[in-house]
Design a protein around this ligand. Structure first.
Ligand SMILES: *[C@@H]1O[C@H](CO)[C@@H](O)[C@H](O)[C@H]1NC(C)=O
Ligand SMILES: *[C@@H]1O[C@H](CO)[C@@H](O)[C@H](O)[C@H]1NC(C)=O
Ligand SMILES: *[C@@H]1O[C@H](CO)[C@@H](O)[C@H](O)[C@H]1NC(C)=O
Length: 353
């Protein structure tokens, strides 16, 4: 009998201890193993996270509903990671955490898209707090004076330089002149890809230079990798990880070609009203980006947005963006919309440390 009781006690202690052990290990395990980039878009009636009528500074090109987009279900999807949840966005909490700090987005109009989303999310959280929004040259500065927080955007499509020379405009793959502006910020969020593809009149350079060699053109993925390596070297040489966290917005996919989602007759992304259920592609530029980030000794946090955004063929302005019905925008994203989720990934990373 005594032995039986003893056995029972041992068993209980074991179970109890086991349970105690399991919990913290479970939490660390989820944190580590939980890949926020894998999951599904699920309908959520509580979405969107804001209404652009409460976001007076939103640019017309992203305000699809005001531009006449008739369907509205696309604002009602929430990203549900497979093995965990994204934290609920708490703008006031974020502003408090960021007190005295500056965030700088550096990149092309997809950076603009994410910056606008973040400013709308924050303003909606504290609608009565004063804000200022100023644009000088390529730099937009949004501030919340009460919280002493700056959210800035520096337009810079290639990250490396374009110089005007006698021969024409030269894209210099190994030169970064804009770095002065990047220094001293607390959070840097870079992006670059789409402009590397432009040809013809949209291509803003005439030659590419690397070292002492000047080329008329080169494979654009190769050029992208060289440019990124120069950017990576800038980060290695100039970023103090004690002060500054560095993020890179992953490649944002476009939906110009219905064949990619098995709808050969689609006219670009026009009339798309629901997401696709999965993303099978790995984007070639994303592979280059991952390779460069992976080779760095300083930690850069990739906002892994490519696959989740790839499912949102319904998320673009299409006829309800920039130029209205005369143009078709299947590259940027309506707001509220997909970039809000990019900012949830950012928020999730920021509140974990
Ligand atoms: C980004 O997410 C995709 C989809 O889940 C995944 O295949 C890829 O490995 C991720 N990249 C990194 C660097 O984690
Ligand atoms: C946004 O707010 C306006 C005005 O308050 C309202 O009419 C509209 O239905 C709202 N839109 C959404 C998508 O909630
Ligand atoms: C470029 O050319 C100059 C002069 O010919 C030489 O001194 C320099 O080392 C070269 N630079 C590179 C990166 O090859």
């Amino acid at each position: 009998m005594a032995i039986l009781i003893l056995l029972l006690i041992v068993l209980l202690v074991h179970l109890h201890g086991g349970a105690h052990h399991r919990e913290p290990r479970g939490i660390t395990a989820t944190r580590k193993a939980c890949d926020l980039s894998q999951g599904n878009w699920v309908p959520d009636e509580s979405y969107p996270l804001y209404n652009t009528s409460q976001c007076p500074f939103i640019l017309k090109q992203f305000d699809c509903i005001r531009n006449g987009r008739p369907d509205k279900n696309y604002v009602k999807y929430r990203w549900q990671p497979k093995n965990c949840n994204l934290p609920r966005f708490n703008g006031e909490d974020l502003l408090r955490r960021l007190r005295g700090k500056s965030i700088l987005f550096v990149g092309d109009s997809l950076s603009l898209n994410q910056w606008q989303s973040l400013t709308c999310m924050l303003h909606t959280a504290v609608p009565r707090a004063k804000y200022t929004s100023v644009r000088t040259g390529g730099l937009s500065t949004f501030t919340f004076p009460k919280y002493d927080v700056k959210v800035m955007l520096s337009r810079n499509a290639f990250l490396v330089d374009i110089a005007s020379e006698r021969i024409g405009r030269v894209l210099k793959l190994d030169s970064i002149g804009d770095g002065k502006r990047w220094k001293g910020n607390d959070i840097l969020i870079f992006d670059s890809w789409h402009w590397w593809l432009h040809i013809g009149r949209k291509q803003p350079w005439d030659f590419i230079r690397e070292g002492n060699h000047t080329y008329k053109d080169m494979d654009r993925l190769v050029a992208y990798e060289k440019g990124l390596k120069t950017w990576a070297k800038w980060v290695e040489d100039n970023v103090n990880p004690e002060k500054t966290r560095v993020f890179f917005q992953g490649v944002s996919p476009d939906h110009l070609n219905g064949e990619k989602w098995g709808e050969t007759k689609a006219r670009f992304c026009e009339g798309q009203m629901v997401p696709v259920s999965g993303s099978k592609h790995s984007h070639p530029a994303e592979i280059v980006l991952q390779k460069v980030l992976g080779s760095m000794s300083k930690r850069v946090n990739l906002l892994n947005i490519t696959a989740l955004s790839d499912m949102r063929k319904d998320g673009h302005p299409s006829l309800y963006g920039f130029g209205g019905k005369r143009s078709m925008d299947c590259s940027h994203w309506c707001l509220p919309g997909v970039p809000d989720t990019w900012n949830l990934l950012l928020y999730s990373a920021l509140i974990q440390n």
